[in-house]
Design a protein around this ligand. Structure first.
Ligand SMILES: Nc1ncnc2c1ncn2[C@@H]1O[C@H](COP(=O)(O)OP(=O)(O)OP(=O)(O)O)[C@@H](O)[C@H]1O
Length: 375
């Protein structure tokens, strides 16, 4: 493919994405009013625990990524801290922990869980939430508190202040709205949430995810997008277009729920959704639900760069699942490997919650109702 075709496509997409982002924001605004019903329905089923029971003399630990959203997270956090302290500080000890670099949030969260914190709250994007979530686990098990508390185990929370903040879109939370975020923490409603697990035996990686994991083109796109976060959500569109440049569809072996292995030809990408959105608002797994005990696998085969450009609006609306090139399956486990497993080429990328993890082979599985999540 000639490069100038791509350049044209990128500029076309820039214009398209701007229009599309407006449509999305607009429709999100509209659906927020409509969405309140859903939110209340979700909350009706949530476990409600008054703050005083689990919070008195226990810590609420805020793990802040000051570099998130190209540095905006740090600035917004400073602005919201006084309000947060005055409303939540009456009931809890508020502890602020700033990360110093990648993976630091895992260590902070793990120590906070060991210390028996009432809650650990990720302040940042999906990447920060991913790391905080991984701090709740060690050696394949949930970390236990050293302290003996009469209250419930440490809860996980999120103040969405990242570039994509895609998990927040699933719950129809307003992005970067400090009042809504503080209200949510003060109300303290929680519900047991499912956690996805991805294992890469060759890379000796064992990670947990709340949102979406994926492989091949979409995973490489996320890896590239991380270099262009200055562009806001357009970084994901640009990442996908750049990933298409050197992309080859691959025949891959796949296995669902421990059944027989099958060869799936010309795989462009396979996405594993515990929740619905990735890539800054693409509704990639429209029926995924982090409370239903399963993962939604959405596979794209023989999907070309021009399909991506021309049908981009379908990805944002979640209607791409009706295309012939797309299949969806609800699973408990999903294993993928290259056909020539002995000659691993390390070019089929794997990501979870937007964080690059490594390369195939990979096994994805669901761990139902693992944690209390603050809704
Ligand atoms: N202090 C830090 N300095 C540099 N990078 C950091 C620091 N703390 C965390 N990180 C890394 O920043 C990356 C992105 O963080 P985060 O997800 O919060 O923001 P984002 O990428 O803007 O949002 P989103 O993932 O929702 O698009 C993560 O991979 C994380 O490891």
């Amino acid at each position: 493919m000639e490069n100038h075709h791509y350049d044209f496509a990128m500029w076309f997409c820039l214009g398209f994405a701007c229009i599309d982002t407006n449509i999305i924001e607009f429709s999100l605004l509209g659906s927020f009013v409509k969405g309140r019903c859903t939110l209340w329905r979700v909350n009706d089923r949530a476990v409600f625990e008054p703050n005083l029971h689990d919070c008195a003399s226990r810590d609420y630990v805020f793990v802040v990524n000051p570099s998130g959203a190209n540095g905006r997270t740090g600035q917004q956090w400073k602005r919201m801290l006084p309000d947060l302290s005055s409303r939540l500080g009456r009931q809890c000890n508020i502890r602020e922990e700033l990360t110093t670099g990648p993976l630091h949030a895992i260590e902070i969260a793990r120590e906070a869980v060991r210390d028996g914190a009432a809650a650990v709250i990720a302040v940042g994007g999906d990447g920060t939430l991913h790391e905080v979530l991984n701090g709740f686990f060690e050696d394949g098990k949930l970390v236990q508190s050293r302290e003996l508390h009469p209250g419930p185990p440490t809860a996980l929370g999120l103040i969405p202040m990242g570039t994509g903040s895609d998990l927040a879109r699933h719950f129809r939370w307003k992005l970067n709205d400090k009042y809504q975020a503080i209200d949510r923490l003060v109300k303290g409603q929680k519900r047991r949430i499912d956690v996805g697990r991805v294992q890469l035996p060759e890379d000796r990686i064992d990670r947990y995810f709340l949102n979406v994991a994926s492989l091949h083109l979409s995973a490489k796109a996320g890896h590239i997008a991380a270099m262009y976060k200055k562009l806001g959500n357009f970084c994901y569109v640009l990442g996908a277009l750049k990933a298409f440049r050197a992309h080859e569809d691959r025949d891959l072996r796949m296995r669902i729920n421990g059944g027989p292995w099958t060869v799936v030809p010309k795989v462009t990408a396979a996405c594993v959704g515990n929740a619905k959105y990735f890539g800054g608002g693409m509704k990639i797994a429209p029926t995924a639900d982090p409370f239903d005990g399963s993962l939604e696998v959405v596979s794209l085969a023989d999907y070309k760069w021009y399909d991506f450009v021309l049908k981009m609006h379908m990805l944002y609306q979640g209607t791409h699942v009706h295309l012939d090139k797309v299949t969806t399956t609800s699973v408990h486990t999903f294993e993928v490997e290259e056909i020539e497993y002995q000659s691993r080429r390390e070019d089929v990328f794997v990501q979870a919650d937007g964080e690059h993890l490594g390369f195939l082979p990979a096994k994805f599985s669901i761990l139902p109702e693992q944690l209390n999540f603050i809704l």
